[in-house]
Design a binder for this molecule. Structure first.
Ligand code: PLP
Length: 377
């Protein structure tokens, strides 16, 4: 099998699995229990949170652990008051778009590479805007956004509001789910107030995530109960999951530069070897994303034909692909219906070798040529 869909899911790495195992078996205790072995687990849980926080330049207490990025994104929007307005990038994941739609919202436009149009953002900020959500890297294109620039603009808006006696806060939220493997993330450098993390995309367990929350942001819990995670996310802690997430993030940090080099080389092999495509994510992309348009072909058919050859790729976000919905991301960057229909997303990861990439090139060329011959027959 040649797996080229790491943006959809990454396998749990051996090291992560080994780190998690004891917490399923011997150290299974509830961290809130009073006896010593449980206290030990509680302290190891906090230590793991500390490692995750350290990886993004934060402290354990700044993190609310969640059951994945969807929950973290939903939790971020609880910072908004009922009358507040929100802005989000048109290409955001549904777990940002849908909670945003509970408020008065506007979408920020992007250019043909999926980069934010700063003038559009500026024009759409009003005195009632309370939250702006822009993913650090997009999950269909890999487009990296200039978060520090957005944060600077937000600071200017906040100063202006203060000078006019407007007390409404304005926060920057970013979903970093796809970026953690490839970018060195630091919350202060990015200038974010809220940051979503996702273990499932960094060779950690699925259903584990976190929301970084800066000190001045006030959230409302989505679940009420025993008061875990500073009262913001009640429920017994997922100790093995969080231990695994910490291990995964430490590994991701260690391999950041090596992986980037490897993916850049693999990307070049794909781009040089595959025939007759238009490259969609030309600029500002994570190194492991390759989005190709075979105009006039049906990418969904290509996915199934490639699956027959044991090459696993995607037409876009896994959740949209499974519903057969046209990609809102590809539409947002201005692709026509026919271009959107013909677009394939290949996402590279740690399971890939150079030999696999060379083989994938051959198989993709054969499958595409076969489809063209079928259409023109
Ligand atoms: N945000 C982004 C950018 C994603 O790519 C994903 C998953 O594909 C999510 C959020 C949702 O993550 P989860 O399904 O783990 O909650």
């Amino acid at each position: 099998m040649i797996y080229l869909d790491h943006a959809a899911a990454t396998p749990v790495s051996r090291k992560v699995l080994e780190a998690m195992k004891p917490y399923f078996l011997n150290d299974f205790f509830n961290p809130s229990s009073a006896y010593l072995p449980a206290k030990k687990v509680a302290s190891e849980y906090e230590e793991a949170k500390g490692k995750i926080a350290h990886a993004i330049g934060a402290k354990a207490n700044d993190l609310i652990m969640t059951a994945g990025a969807t929950e973290a994104n939903n939790l971020a929007f609880t910072a908004v008051s009922p009358d507040g307005e929100v802005l989000y990038l048109k290409t955001e994941h549904d777990s940002v778009r849908n909670p945003a739609k509970r408020f008065a919202y506007q979408e920020i436009e992007v250019d043909k590479n999926g980069r934010i149009l700063m003038d559009d953002l500026k024009a759409k900020i009003s005195d009632k805007t309370e939250l702006i959500s822009v993913a650090l890297a997009n999950n269909e294109l890999g487009t990296i956004q200039p978060l520090a620039e957005i944060a600077t603009l937000i600071r200017e808006v906040c100063f202006d509001r203060l000078s006019r006696g407007v007390k409404t806060p304005l926060y920057l939220h970013s979903d970093a789910s796809q970026a953690m493997n490839l970018l060195d993330i630091n919350v202060a450098r990015l200038g974010v107030d809220l940051l979503t993390l996702n273990a499932a995309k960094v060779y950690g367990p699925k259903g584990v995530g976190a929301l970084y929350v800066s000190h001045d942001v006030r959230l409302t819990p989505l679940t009420l109960g025993g008061g875990q995670e500073n009262g913001l996310r009640s429920g017994t802690q997922n100790v093995p999951g969080v231990i695994g997430f910490a291990e995964a993030l430490v590994n991701a940090k260690e391999h950041l530069n090596g992986n980037r080099k490897k993916y850049a080389e693999f990307r070049k092999i794909l781009l040089d070897g595959i025939k007759d495509y238009e490259l969609i994510n030309k600029k500002h992309s994570l190194d492991n994303f390759v989005v190709l348009c075979f105009d006039g072909l049906d990418a969904e058919r290509l996915v199934y034909l490639l699956e027959d050859r044991e090459v696993y790729v995607s037409t876009g976000a896994a959740c949209a692909a499974s519903k057969g919905v046209r990609s809102h991301v590809l539409t947002a960057i201005g692709l026509s219906d026919s271009e959107t229909n013909g677009s394939l997303r290949l996402t590279l990861g740690e399971t890939n070798t150079k030999e696999q990439i060379l083989e994938a090139v051959e198989i993709i060329n054969e499958v595409v040529a076969g489809e063209k011959a079928r259409i023109h027959a």
